[in-house]
Design a protein around this ligand. Structure first.
Ligand code: HEC
Ligand code: HEC
Ligand code: HEC
Ligand code: HEC
Ligand code: HEC
Length: 425
């Protein structure tokens, strides 16, 4: 393991995440980001000791259908402890998805199940539990689904995943053996194509609503062979299986919380903001700002078009805002009637074209120039701030009553300030 991976592992145990209450109040169950992180530093060691007791029958892996992640977690405790708080585990239960799914069912009817669930509750692909009656379906992107994938064929747009359900588990380890299941080692689990099966999506109109994989594919990271897993699933200290199931020599596992933009520390590391300077041209004030996508392996932002970044530039005098501009970094999609789409279910189902795309490409450094007019102030303070924004709807639960409410999340990524000379000053 490299120093970088170690420091990453360490940084994951810091608690400086999106405040729990904030996400929870929005109905999103990722409070757990911090819980999961703590698990790595302290309680992980304890959970490992409470492995299956001697003499107890082996946890039962279903040879003919899906197995609950809780069963896998009896042996793979460290992995389970972080996975269960990931967005993958909450891909069905989280309030933002639930709200969008409900809207989708209201608007487009039952076809929504076939449109949304193959990615959010992928076990429907075998067993067709589109009404989500089996509790395993509600486990979202489960252990068993990802580890039943044996191959991927991205040419097959209708269904790129090849999987086989039952007693064999597929994964990256060579020569591994388990008392509970058979094992076949694969290359695909180490490759971006594995993730592309869900993180790349063209809808019925042929619009790439989710393009994370192709954005990566065109990047310098892909050319250098840096896969999604290298950034999103680094190796961290931990046991692949509990100590009394099997002793291992190395004690490293791939981090299964697979975090992205819900980990603001990670986003802050990836995007940079620099105030280059300003100039007066006539009575016009030009501000130059440099924004860089330094560490994101795809566009920033990527994924759902509702995820946006906004650069806010303000000019102040004595604490009072004299003028202000907002520059969005976003992809905007439209329906056939050329109306911009603002909700997840609408873009997934109805996007017919891309209206604009001002996101930062991987490694892109963009100089943004903003002109202000009629600035009369004499003591100018210039502030540039970059925010991550997500406007959506979520289900809130108040004393047993569930409602859909609009939600906006806004997180400050960077803020920079300069004092300026006024015109002629
Ligand atoms: C009785 C304990 C036990 C249970 C239950 C169990 N496993 Fe395992 N599993 C193991 C052991 C032991 C290994 C081998 C570890 C090693 O050699 O480092 C293993 C290895 C694996 C591997 C690595 C394969 C590879 O080649 O990379 C995967 C993936 C895996 N298990 C998935 C699962 C899933 C999914 C479940 C639940 C459906 C599950 N396991 C349930 C004990 C268990
Ligand atoms: C989104 C898909 C996904 C889910 C969900 C998932 N895994 Fe994995 N898992 C992977 C990938 C990909 C790797 C290999 C990463 C690499 O080698 O870069 C992996 C690696 C493993 C390994 C091999 C040891 C290691 O850490 O590399 C085991 C064992 C394992 N997973 C078990 C589990 C269990 C148990 C769960 C549920 C608690 C689970 N996985 C959930 C994708 C997933
Ligand atoms: C079976 C489908 C599926 C596979 C395979 C899959 N994902 Fe996901 N992933 C999802 C879904 C669905 C979500 C969104 C869950 C939600 O927010 O409701 C998601 C969310 C994410 C997020 C966002 C987390 C955040 O903090 O915002 C990241 C990062 C991610 N996945 C990375 C990966 C990587 C890397 C792989 C490959 C190792 C992978 N995924 C494989 C379905 C999948
Ligand atoms: C060079 C490292 C790197 C690589 C390679 C990489 N990512 Fe990311 N990813 C990041 C960083 C940093 C963020 C957080 C900033 C952002 O949202 O772009 C992120 C964010 C994400 C998100 C969250 C987006 C959102 O809006 O919630 C998803 C999903 C994701 N990545 C999936 C992937 C997939 C799939 C791949 C491979 C095709 C991949 N990433 C490759 C670094 C990487
Ligand atoms: C091809 C797989 C796929 C399909 C089909 C799909 N999604 Fe998703 N969905 C994802 C992935 C991957 C993400 C995470 C994207 C990201 O953050 O970059 C996601 C994220 C979301 C989010 C944001 C959740 C959050 O926590 O931020 C919502 C809401 C959502 N999807 C709703 C839907 C609805 C409604 C449908 C059906 C109309 C649908 N999705 C169909 C893969 C899919």
């Amino acid at each position: 393991m490299t120093i970088r991976q170690l420091s990453r592992a360490k940084s994951l145990s810091r608690q400086s995440r999106v405040p729990f209450s904030r996400w929870r109040s929005l109905g999103l169950v990722v409070g757990a980001w911090s819980v999961g992180a703590v698990a790595w530093s302290s309680s992980m060691a304890q959970t490992v000791e409470t492995a299956p007791e001697a003499g107890k029958p082996l946890p039962h892996v279903n040879p003919n259908g899906w197995t609950s992640s809780a069963v896998c977690g009896e042996c793979h405790q460290a992995i389970h402890a972080v996975w269960q708080h990931s967005l993958h585990a909450n891909a069905w239960t989280n309030g933002i998805f639930q709200a969008a799914y409900q809207r989708s069912v209201e608007t487009y009817g039952k076809e929504s199940a076939r449109a949304c669930l193959p990615c959010h509750t992928p076990t429907v692909r075998h067993g067709q539990d589109y009404d989500v009656e089996n509790p395993i379906t509600a486990e979202g992107v489960t252990c068993d689904f990802c580890h039943s994938i044996s191959a991927v064929d991205l040419e097959d747009q209708a269904d790129p995943v090849r999987f086989s359900v039952g007693k064999t588990k597929y994964g990256p380890l060579r020569h591994a053996q388990s008392p509970a299941h058979e094992i076949i080692d694969t290359e695909i689990h180490k490759r971006s194509e594995f993730c592309a099966t869900c993180h790349e999506y063209r809808n019925a109109n042929g619009v790439a609503v989710l393009g994370t994989y192709s954005e990566w594919k065109g990047s310098s990271y892909a050319k250098r062979g840096k896969q999604c897993q290298d950034c999103h699933m680094p190796l961290v200290p931990g046991r692949v299986v509990a100590i009394d199931v099997k002793r291992q020599s190395n004690d490293l596992v791939n981090l299964h919380d697979i975090s992205g933009s819900h980990d603001m520390d990670r986003v802050r590391e990836a995007v940079k903001l620099e105030l280059k300077g300003y100039e007066w041209v006539g009575d016009r004030l030009w501000i130059h700002v440099l924004v860089t996508n330094a560490g994101s392996g795809h566009c920033f932002p990527t994924g759902m078009p509702m995820h946006r970044a906004v650069l806010e530039v303000t000019i102040e005098e004595g604490g009072t805002i004299v003028d202000r501009r907002e520059i969005p970094f976003e992809i905007v999609m439209m329906d056939k009637k050329r109306r911009p789409l603002r909700h997840e279910h609408e873009v997934m189902m109805k996007a017919a074209s891309v209206w604009s795309d001002s996101r930062l490409k991987p490694n892109e450094q963009r100089e943004v120039e903003i002109a202000f007019r009629d600035i009369k102030a004499t003591k100018l303070v210039l502030t540039a701030k970059l925010y991550y924004m997500y406007s959506t709807e979520t289900i809130v639960d108040e004393e047993g009553e569930k409602r859909i409410e609009p939600a906006e999340m806004k997180f400050l990524l960077v803020s920079k300030q300069n004092t300026m000379k006024p015109l002629g000053g």
